[in-house]
Design a protein around this ligand. Structure first.
Ligand code: URA
Length: 433
């Protein structure tokens, strides 16, 4: 078999056979197929697409390119959640303790932030002492003992995706439904959970900017997951506006604690309730109404917060910061950004706000950039609010005062104004089962 023939076949709109897809993923992973041929193939897929069968085989081949985690000892109770990425998305920190204190087993591998989006691993590392790498036997034992463990992605999980994603990033081939589906689902399937809830973010801060694109991605990932024998649901959620009020690592831990103690903002609580209820529906077989009531009860009774402390302590984290969030990393500068005008906030571009937060130190532009756990933005107003000139719009937290002018300019660029309240946007666009 020759790679050049497979590129040509796809370029001409043909459907690849299973052995052809396995040949190209195997060869790319072991280095016998060079980057330039894989890049040409990825571009052909961008133009020609893939059939459902091809996408399923591609996902399976990528999943098997490295380690596949075996969680069978936990039976059908294992449940995972994956977000397609957004701004202020701290839902894992909230749903992991809720779901695990209600019987779900969460053996979770999470990612770091890149560009304007945050990552759970960075957020957890803002808790002093928290270990994001654990030996496999300790990881498994913790899931057995308390129901939850969250670590960074293991070194040899889906190496084909690691290589291919890096290549797509620099060859303008990220934007392809079958390639995104295979990339996300190969990682989730390799991570081993029996049930998976996908949080497909839609809007200005998300990868999928329109509802139609989000729905296509959701359908595609759900059908692949099911074809691979997993229970999968995709919840399509709003990422046109940042989720909650806090953006930045320690600030997001702080807001997660607020939610688990019964407070926090309504949008964040609602999205977490829906995600957690769908996870419990899959792993416990509960109907959704009952699951939502159990979620609320776990927060109101303090069980979910107690579970968060158990989890953080098990991974070496200092739980005093959860009782007293002022012990989390704090920025030396907090600057209130006042509104330059009066009017209705009709839109906030979540990507630009994420970029402003990254400029303050909360994110990185390249994988090796250092991160400032204390940096970020606390929103005081969100889309739909009427704001008077001079009222606080947000508080910028940073240890890099020199970054303030650029961050402020990006933040203000993110805002659109009008004389009338905008139409309220849905928080949940729909659920694909
Ligand atoms: N997230 C991924 O993991 N892969 C993609 O291709 C896009 C988003």
């Amino acid at each position: 078999m020759r790679m050049v023939d497979l590129i040509e076949k796809k370029r001409n709109g043909g459907e690849l056979a299973e052995e052809e897809i396995r040949f190209l993923i195997g060869g790319f992973t072991d280095g016998s197929i060079p980057d330039y041929q894989m890049a040409a193939f990825a571009m052909a897929v961008c133009f020609r697409g893939m059939t459902d069968r091809e996408t399923a085989v591609l996902t399976d081949a990528m999943m098997r390119s490295g380690d596949v985690v075996d969680l069978s000892r936990f039976g059908d109770k294992t449940v995972d959640k994956h977000s397609t990425g957004g701004v202020g998305d701290k839902t894992t920190l909230i749903v992991a303790p809720i779901v695990s204190c209600l019987g779900g087993k969460m053996a979770k591998m999470s990612g770091r932030g890149l560009g304007h989006t945050g990552g759970t691993v960075d957020k957890l590392e803002s808790i002093p002492g928290y270990q994001t790498t654990l030996p496999v036997d300790r990881f498994m034992q913790q899931v057995e003992d308390i129901g939850v463990a969250v670590i960074g992605q293991s070194g040899n999980l889906t190496p084909a995706d690691k290589k291919l994603y890096a290549l797509r990033d620099v060859t303008a081939t990220v934007d392809s439904l079958p390639l995104i589906t295979a990339s996300i689902m190969s990682k989730k399937l390799a991570a081993g959970a029996h049930s998976i809830v996908l949080d497909v973010k839609i809007g200005s801060g998300a990868f999928m900017k329109t509802q139609a694109d989000g729905e296509r991605l959701a359908q595609s990932m759900v059908s692949i997951g099911k074809a691979c024998g997993r229970k999968v649901v995709a919840v399509m959620t709003n990422m046109d506006i940042p989720l909650g009020t806090n953006i930045g690592n320690a600030l997001e831990v702080q807001e997660s604690v607020e939610v688990l103690r019964g407070g926090g903002s309504e949008d964040l609580r609602t999205v977490c309730r829906v995600l957690a209820a769908n996870m419990l529906h899959l792993c416990n077989g509960w109907d959704l109404d009952y699951a939502e009531r159990q979620v609320d009860e776990s927060v109101a009774s303090g069980r979910a917060f107690a579970q968060m402390k158990r989890w953080i302590a098990a991974q070496g984290g200092d739980t005093r910061v959860l009782d007293d969030v002022s012990l989390l990393p704090q920025a030396s500068v907090r600057e209130t950004l006042e509104s330059p005008r009066s009017g209705y906030l009709t839109h906030m571009d979540a990507q630009l706000i994420g970029e402003a937060s990254a400029v303050l130190g909360a994110g990185r532009q390249t994988k090796t950039d250092p991160i400032d756990y204390a940096a970020g933005i606390v929103l005081r107003k969100k889309t739909g609010a009427y704001v008077r000139q001079g009222e606080p719009l947000a508080v910028l937290h940073t240890n890099r005062p020199g970054a303030l002018p650029e961050a402020k300019a990006a933040f203000l660029r993110a805002l659109s104004w009008g004389d009338q309240a905008p139409q309220a946007q849905p928080l949940i666009y729909g659920i694909v089962k």
